[in-house]
Design a protein around this ligand. Structure first.
Ligand SMILES: Cc1ncc(COP(=O)(O)O)c(C=O)c1O
Length: 435
């Protein structure tokens, strides 16, 4: 074993981990292998990334070919053919009117890019006072400064409080167990919670508000599924006050809830969409912002030789990421993956909800192939029971995730019935053995 000290691990209890490390060495399809040679069933699709399974042969081949052909291409004032092709392919499957694509390397970068585009758009239209952003409690928009400021998970903000952007406010989250516990799919109660947006816009004055950013389904915040009618109402309010609606679809795009984009499942027309993760099946880091044509056009002003948006990354549209993205999108299409995930939803839902009644389970939620189980915290030790479930499942060869005392599932799309049974019976045993 190599020395573990130098590597400062992300979102990890470094000291506990290094006493009892969990090190993966290879992966294929729905299974990882660890350094002890054990096989682990991946019930989390990497980190919401790998719906098509690990080391998909088409994606591997595309990346291998690309790395030997064009490893890097100058990204500013130059390009390479395939990045234009990937943008076109994304536009083909995007909601109508989302016709411009800006590439990034992650979800966090996509979020901060979308926020900057929103500011630039309003300014170009002579509405430069629109500088405030609205997020939502329990939202997660990555870890850069914009996304951290707009996110609504207290632990992610606490240490950085002084640097939170002063122009950000939050609407209330939609989780109300008394009104919706154990809902299957969208809760019927709660559309009116969207009216909190109008309250915030009026408080700060519409002329000062640039955009609302929300996840269609809060993922990292614990799979909070939007109540029926809620997202529609957010859209109406944004339109009424000239506020842009940014849907953060880093998790919900590319089949996780049965469509190319969550916007299509919920029939919402956003102004921008942020994506990452499933764009390349997690194989090479890549993100993107999709924008309505009007937003792009607003910036195409002044002399043609002028750079219109002073923003971009060295690795925007990196050839390896593009190769992975093109191969991934073509598998989604060829194998009809989005319809296939819709067909798995009912079985996943039934299996997940079979955990109702197990010790300490206080709520279960799901939509598409994402689901969560809330466990009552151990008195005086919040998060301990969630971590125990994660560790016990790992010991049994099943990978799930815990955020606090919420156990979260995001299975690989072609997980079989028997594998679902294995995932949930392992979690059941873990719940039954918890103190
Ligand atoms: C909705 C959402 N936005 C943004 C991000 C940040 O993505 P990344 O970790 O690639 O920066 C995530 C990551 O989980 C996410 O779920």
């Amino acid at each position: 074993m190599t020395d573990l000290d130098a590597y400062w691990m992300p979102f990890t209890a470094n000291r506990a981990f290094k006493k009892n490390p969990r090190i993966l060495s290879s992966a294929k399809g729905r299974y990882y292998r660890d350094t002890q040679g054990r096989e682990l069933l991946d019930g989390f699709s990497g980190l919401w990334t790998t719906g098509l399974g690990h080391c998909h042969p088409d994606i591997v081949a595309a990346v291998q070919k690309q790395v030997a052909t064009l490893d890097y291409a100058l990204a500013f004032q130059a390009g390479h053919e395939r990045v234009f092709e990937l943008a076109n392919e994304l536009v083909k499957i995007a909601p109508p009117g989302m016709s411009r694509v800006f590439f990034t390397n992650s979800g966090s970068e996509s979020v901060d890019t979308a926020l900057k585009i929103a500011l630039a758009y309003h300014r170009a239209r002579g509405e430069g006072t629109r500088t405030r952003f609205i997020g939502r409690e329990r939202g997660y928009h990555g870890v850069n400064f914009g996304g951290t400021s707009l996110g609504g998970m207290p632990a992610n903000r606490k240490a950085f409080s002084s640097a939170m952007s002063p122009g950000t406010v939050h609407i209330r989250h939609t989780h109300s167990p008394a009104d919706m516990a154990f809902s299957r799919g969208q809760p019927g109660w709660g559309a009116h919670l969207a009216d909190d947006l109008e309250r915030q816009i009026l408080l700060h004055d519409p002329a000062n508000v640039a955009a609302l950013i929300v996840e269609p389904v809060s993922g990292s915040g614990g799979v909070l599924v939007p109540p029926v009618g809620y997202l529609e109402r957010l859209r109406e309010i944004c339109t009424r006050y000239g506020v842009l609606l940014i849907l953060d679809e880093v998790i919900t795009a590319f089949g996780r809830i049965g469509h190319a984009f969550g916007a299509q499942r919920f029939n919402i027309a956003p102004d921008m969409i942020t994506v990452a993760k499933g764009l390349t099946n997690g194989v090479v880091p890549m993100g993107a912002v999709l924008a309505r044509d009007e937003i792009y056009q607003s910036l195409m002003q002044g002399p043609e030789e002028t750079i219109e948006l002073f923003h971009g990354y060295t690795y925007s549209g990196h050839p390896l990421a593009v190769a992975a993205g093109l191969a991934t999108l073509s598998v989604y299409q060829r194998d009809n993956i989005f319809a296939a995930t819709r067909a798995r939803e009912a079985f996943f839902e039934r299996s997940l909800h079979s955990l109702r009644g197990e010790p300490n389970v206080t709520d279960i939620r799901n939509i598409g192939l994402m689901g969560a189980v809330d466990i009552a915290p151990r008195p005086g030790a919040p998060g301990a029971r969630g971590m125990d479930v994660f560790l016990r499942c790992w010991q049994e060869g099943v990978v799930i995730r815990a955020t606090g005392d919420t156990v979260v599932f995001s299975p690989i799309f072609d997980t079989t019935d028997a594998e679902f049974e294995r995932i949930f019976s392992t979690v059941r045993k873990a719940l039954q053995s918890l103190a």
